[in-house]
Design a protein around this ligand. Structure first.
Ligand SMILES: [Zn+2]
Ligand SMILES: [Zn+2]
Length: 339
C-alpha cells in the first residue's frame, strides 16, 4: 500500500469515527438532555459536564493512539552473546535460506532477524506488513487508527477503548430511560388529551385555566428540537449503531485489559499457549507462568504509570525502553541456572 493510499484511508477512517462521535453527541442532546430537562436540574447539569469530559477524553485518547508511534527498534541493536562475525554469518545463512529452500538453517532461538527491514529484532518485536516496519512489543495492527498498537501507544489505545465503553454504556442506559419516558408520556397524552375549549362565562373559570395550564405543561415534556418522525428515526439509528459498537469495543477492551494485566500481547498468546501445553505435558502446568508476567500490579504500572493521573491520561511514556524486558522471578531463576 502506497503512502498516499495509507493517508487517504486514514483520513476516511478518522472522518467516519468523528462523524459517528458527532452524531452520538448531537443525538444525546436531542433525545436525552432536552426532553428530560437536564439543563434545568442540578443532577442534569452535573451529568452534562461529566458526559462531555468523558467524551473529550475519548476523542483525545483516540487522537493520541493515532499520532503516537508504536515504537521502532534501532538499526544498531544487536543481540548479546555473539560477536560481529558470528552475527554476520547468521545473517548470511538466513539470506541464503530465503533463496534456497533446501537450506534448513535454524538460527539460535534468541536471535531473530527481519529480512524485510534488514535488522535484528529485539525481544517482543514483530514486523507489520501494513506499516512495513518492525514494531516494538507489537500487539496488532488496528485499521481504525491506521497504526500498530505497540510498546508506546498501548496506553492511549486502551484508554480509547475504556472511554468508548464507558460513554457507550452511559449513553445506552440514558437512551433506554429516555425512550421509555417518551413512550410513557406519549401514551398518557394519547389517553388523556388536553381540553382545548374553555368556557369564559363559567364561574369556575380560574380553576379550569389553572388545570389546563398544568396539563399543557405536562404535554410540553415531549417537545423536541426536531420533528416527531425524526425523533423515531434518531432512536432507531442510535440503538442500531451504539449497541453493535458498544459490544465490539467492550469485548476488545475486555481482552486487551487481560493482556495488560498478564503482560502479554495478541501475538504472544499463541506462544504462551504452546509453552503451557509443553509444561502441562511435563507435569509442571500448575507452576507455569508467562515469562514477562510479574504480577497484575507491576504489569499494569509498566504500561499505565504509577499515579492515578497517569492512568486516566492518554499521554506519557511506558516504563523501560521497549527492548530490554524484566522477567518474572521464576524465569530469572531458570536463566541464572542455565548460566
Ligand atoms: Zn521488519
Ligand atoms: Zn502496523
Amino acid at each position: 500500500m502506497s503512502i498516499q493510499c495509507t493517508i487517504s484511508s486514514l483520513i476516511i477512517i478518522i472522518n467516519i469515527v468523528y462523524l459517528f462521535i458527532l452524531f452520538a453527541l448531537t443525538s444525546h442532546w436531542i433525545l436525552v438532555f432536552h426532553p428530560l430537562r437536564f439543563l434545568t436540574s442540578i443532577f442534569g447539569q452535573i451529568y452534562i459536564v461529566f458526559y462531555h469530559v468523558l467524551f473529550f477524553m475519548l476523542i483525545y485518547s483516540y487522537w493520541q493512539s493515532i499520532v503516537t508511534p508504536p515504537g521502532y527498534p534501532s538499526k544498531n541493536w544487536y543481540p548479546e552473546g555473539k560477536s560481529k562475525e558470528e552475527l554476520d554469518e547468521i545473517v548470511d545463512n538466513i539470506m541464503e535460506q530465503r533463496k534456497n529452500s533446501n537450506n534448513h538453517f535454524k538460527p539460535p532461538s534468541h536471535i531473530r532477524y527481519c529480512v524485510t527491514c534488514n535488522i535484528f529484532k529485539p525481544p517482543r518485536t514483530h514486523h507489520c506488513r501494513h506499516c512495513k516496519k518492525c514494531i516494538l512489543k507489537q500487539d496488532h495492527h488496528c485499521p481504525w487508527i491506521a497504526n500498530c498498537v505497540g510498546y508506546q501507544n498501548q496506553k492511549p489505545f486502551l484508554l480509547f477503548l475504556f472511554y468508548t465503553t464507558v460513554v457507550g454504556t452511559i449513553s445506552t442506559v440514558f437512551l433506554v430511560f429516555s425512550a421509555f419516558y417518551v413512550l410513557n408520556v406519549s401514551i398518557q397524552n394519547a389517553e388523556d388529551p388536553t381540553p382545548v375549549t374553555i368556557n369564559n362565562n363559567n364561574n369556575n373559570n380560574k380553576d379550569i385555566i389553572l388545570s389546563t395550564s398544568e396539563e399543557q405543561q405536562q404535554h410540553q415534556d415531549l417537545e423536541f428540537l426536531v420533528s416527531g418522525p425524526m425523533v423515531t428515526v434518531l432512536y432507531i439509528l442510535n440503538f442500531s449503531t451504539i449497541i453493535p459498537v458498544l459490544l465490539g469495543v467492550s469485548g476488545l477492551f475486555y481482552f486487551q485489559s487481560g493482556f495488560i494485566f498478564s503482560n502479554l500481547t495478541s501475538v504472544e498468546r499463541y506462544e504462551r499457549k504452546s509453552e503451557y501445553k509443553i509444561a502441562k505435558r511435563n507435569g509442571v502446568g500448575e507452576e507455569y507462568r508467562w515469562r514477562y508476567d510479574r504480577g497484575p500490579r507491576n504489569n499494569f504500572k509498566d504500561v499505565f504509570g504509577d499515579t492515578f493521573r497517569q492512568w486516566i491520561c492518554p499521554v506519557g511514556s511506558p516504563r523501560g525502553d521497549g527492548i530490554n524486558w524484566k522477567l518474572n522471578n521464576q524465569q530469572q531463576q531458570q536463566s541464572e541456572q542455565l548460566v
